[in-house]
Each structure stands twice: as structure tokens, then as C-alpha cells.
Ligand binder design. Structure first.
Ligand code: FES
Length: 235
């Protein structure tokens, strides 16, 4: 298995593409092959970094060096100096201020210093065409959370109904289409039903285990479950 030690991120946003960034990708790949490093350095296309006027932009990780206005003629030097010898090519770094000081990383530029990127936070950091890289940066976690919540709500249900002389609360746990537990309890007040709802939804499987242990006479498990839930019962 190959071990990737560096990533060369080449912007292929509209601005950089119009300044020939796709040619940089080919040039980097060829240069790396010549150096015998094509298995340990990955060249990645990225979306727009936001510094279009300074394009084509090339970032090299793990150092995070941000090279601006890179041309095909610069590719050999970046590979020979930065990739092979670990020396950042300072003449290609972004320059700022009256003295024209070089800024190594993108986050240190005046343009980015005061920005908090939210939707675009991964832009330039991952390959926009790789779903694995997006997932590696916690992509889709919001979707995962909401689907888990919806699934839980579907699988674990509480129904509270008023009856002639009080209330009935029905607890249901469903798994793979069939009911694991369906339990209806009579309660004198709605308040007690709400307390049961809260405790049940907090950990439906605890209820299942508890009922199972009680009905099978497993007193040790019943004791352990009650012990582990003291905080819950003290509320
Ligand atoms: S298109 Fe490359 S930085 Fe915007």
C-alpha cells in the first residue's frame, strides 16, 4: 500500500482554469513521475480558493504553502525544492504589505484572516470530486444525525391516551418491521405518563432490558439497571 506524504492542491476554479491550471496538473504529474515520487505525492484538483486574481493557485500540504501565479515553468522548482528537499519556494508565495512580505499559508493572508468560512471551509482542502474525502472531513454528519433521529422516532414510540378514570401510556419498540416491545400501562395522571415518556425515550433499550429481566426473574440485571439509572429516577 502506498503512503501519501504530500498533497499538491491545484485550483481548477474558473479563474485559475482560464489561467491554464489544468496544464499545471499534467506538469506536476509528469515531474513527480520523473522523480519517482508519483506514488507518494498526490496531485489534487480543487475548487476556487477565493484568491482568483492571484491564480493559478497551488497549495502544498502538509506545510500548507500557498503558491500564487504559478506557471508550468515553476513546476520543476516546486517539485525539486519543496517536494524533494522540503524547502518552500518563497519567491512563489503570496506577497502582502508594503514591504511585500511573503505569507506562507492561506489563512495568514489579509483576505482570509478576518473570514470564517462555513459552507466553503473545505474548499481547497479536499478534492471536491471525492466523496470519501468529504466524508473524511465529517461531511454528511448532519444528514446522518437527522436520519438517526427520524429512525429512532419511528422505532420508539410513546402514545398517551386519556381513558375514563385516568391515562394509558403505550410504549413501543420496533425493530426490522416487528414489535420488540409493546407495553400499555395505566397511570392515574398525565404527569406520570410524561415522566414515563421522557425516561423511555432517553434509553428505550433500557426499558426493554428491564421488562425482559423482570419477566424472566433476572433480579441481578434488574438491580443493576436501577442502580445505573439512579440519576434519572431522582429527577
Ligand atoms: S479560481 Fe482559483 S482561486 Fe478562484
Amino acid at each position: 500500500m502506498s503512503h501519501i506524504r504530500s498533497h499538491i492542491m491545484v485550483c481548477t476554479g474558473t479563474g485559475c482554469t482560464s489561467s491554464d491550471s489544468p496544464k499545471l496538473i499534467t506538469a506536476f504529474e509528469e515531474e513527480l513521475k520523473l522523480e519517482g515520487m508519483d506514488q507518494e505525492v498526490r496531485v489534487v484538483k480543487t475548487g476556487c480558493f477565493g484568491l482568483c486574481a492571484m491564480g493559478p493557485i497551488v497549495m502544498v500540504f502538509p506545510e500548507g504553502a500557498c503558491y500564487t501565479r504559478v506557471t508550468v515553468d515553476d513546476v520543476h522548482e516546486i517539485v525539486a525544492e519543496h517536494i524533494v528537499k522540503g524547502r518552500i519556494v518563497t519567491r512563489l508565495l503570496h506577497m502582502e504589505g508594503e514591504a511585500g512580505q511573503s505569507v506562507t499559508s492561506l489563512s495568514d493572508t489579509q483576505f482570509y484572516k478576518h473570514q470564517l468560512r462555513i459552507a466553503l471551509r473545505n474548499c481547497g482542502v479536499i478534492n471536491p470530486e471525492s466523496i470519501d474525502e468529504y466524508i473524511g472531513m465529517d461531511g454528511y454528519t448532519a444528514l446522518e444525525r437527522i436520519l438517526t433521529l427520524v429512525r429512532r422516532q419511528r422505532e420508539n414510540q410513546v402514545e398517551i391516551k386519556e381513558v375514563e378514570d385516568g391515562w394509558k401510556v403505550t410504549l413501543t419498540i420496533t425493530d426490522i418491521g416487528s414489535d420488540l416491545l409493546s407495553l400499555t400501562i395505566f397511570m392515574p395522571t398525565r404527569k406520570e405518563c410524561e415522566a414515563i415518556r421522557r425516561r423511555f425515550l432517553n434509553d428505550p433499550m433500557l426499558t426493554y432490558k428491564g421488562v425482559f429481566a423482570l419477566l424472566t426473574g433476572d433480579t441481578q440485571t434488574v438491580g443493576e439497571l436501577v442502580e445505573s439509572q439512579q440519576d434519572l429516577f431522582n429527577d
